[in-house]
Design a protein around this ligand. Structure first.
Ligand code: CP
Ligand code: NVA
Length: 301
């Protein structure tokens, strides 16, 4: 695997192989066995948006793999003063072994990959969040023992998380139901992929309909990074698109709850449901580390 730009680029086999390597590396780390597969390698991490999990898990992951990571904030890089991404890519390709980037436009990530000569990993764009969904699939696999045939219901904004969940879950054989208000539908590229999986995908306005018979309920913030000024209007639009006790009642027994975090209690999820499923949600956060170590080994190894 050269890059991880979006899950649309990966086959089912590639996704499963990342999950299996992640499990292997996780077991090694838990057993205290060295796994310095990226000895001497350096990852540059460009952040044009905030991050807690992505930044720390990539940095720690590189360290555990025997390499190192550089945190490159938009505020400090010349990109922030208008240096073209094309030039930045060609310069950084001379110093680094790989780049993880979190930014706004998916096109910027694709450009980096096209122009640079080193592996590029997408750490979130407005379009998708592939690393998060790999961690989510790993968590679901650990808790349920399998992925094929499970139903995931996503309640809320048809955002980067919804887009990546549609693609990742359908590719591994899960069913997906999205409940979102009008005008907040997932990206057409994700819906186009979904159209290739007849009978496995539903898009509805009704959170209860989506959650019916779900094995995993997933939600994310109503206003993503970059949409802060829309907070008030989104609070109105998403009223009712909440993961709460009533919604959980229509799901399958043993239904998991996943949230990429950060969570806004009282908006997309109640404090009650969040705390009842905190174990699964923080396993999911931990699995960012293990899933990304697998991605790093596949891309930079
Ligand atoms: N879920 C996630 O990507 O978290 P951060 O924004 O903290 O990196
Ligand atoms: N949809 C959220 C995900 C954060 C991990 C955002 O883009 O801000």
């Amino acid at each position: 695997m050269k890059h991880l730009l979006k899950l649309l680029d990966l086959t089912k086999e590639e996704i499963l192989s990342i999950l299996s390597l992640a499990q292997e590396l996780k077991a090694k780390q838990k057993a205290g066995e060295p796994h310095r597969l990226l000895e001497g390698k350096t990852l540059g991490m460009i952040f044009q948006k905030s991050s807690t999990r992505t930044r720390v898990s990539f940095e720690v992951g590189m360290y555990q793999l025997g390499g190192s990571a550089l945190f490159l904030s938009n505020r400090d890089l010349q990109i922030g003063r208008g240096e073209p991404v094309e030039d930045t890519a060609r310069v950084l390709s001379r110093y680094l072994d790989g780049i993880m980037i979190r930014t706004f436009a998916q096109e910027e990530v694709e450009t980096l990959a096209r122009v640079g000569s080193i592996p590029i990993i997408n750490g979130l764009t407005d379009f998708c969040h592939p690393c998060q969904v790999l961690a989510d699939l790993l968590t679901i696999l650990e808790h349920k023992g399998h992925l094929e045939g499970l139903k995931l219901a996503f309640i809320g904004d048809g955002n980067n998380m919804a887009n990546s969940l549609i693609v990742g879950c359908l590719k591994v054989g899960m069913r997906v139901a999205i409940a979102c208000p009008e005008h907040y539908e997932p990206d057409p590229r994700a819906l186009e992929l979904a159209a290739q999986y007849p009978g496995m995908f539903t898009l509805t306005r009704s959170p209860l309909e989506a959650a019916q018979g779900a094995d995993v309920v997933y939600t994310d913030v109503w206003a993503s990074m970059g949409q802060e000024s829309e907070q008030k209007e989104r609070e109105k639009a998403f009223k009712g698109y909440q993961v709460n006790a009533a919604l959980m009642q229509v799901t399958n027994e043993g239904c998991m709850v996943q949230h990429c975090l950060p969570a806004h209690r009282g908006e997309e999820i109640t404090a009650e449901v969040f705390e009842a499923h905190a174990g699964e949600i923080f396993d999911e956060a931990e699995n960012r580390l293990h899933a990304q170590k697998a991605v790093l080994v596949k891309c930079l190894g």
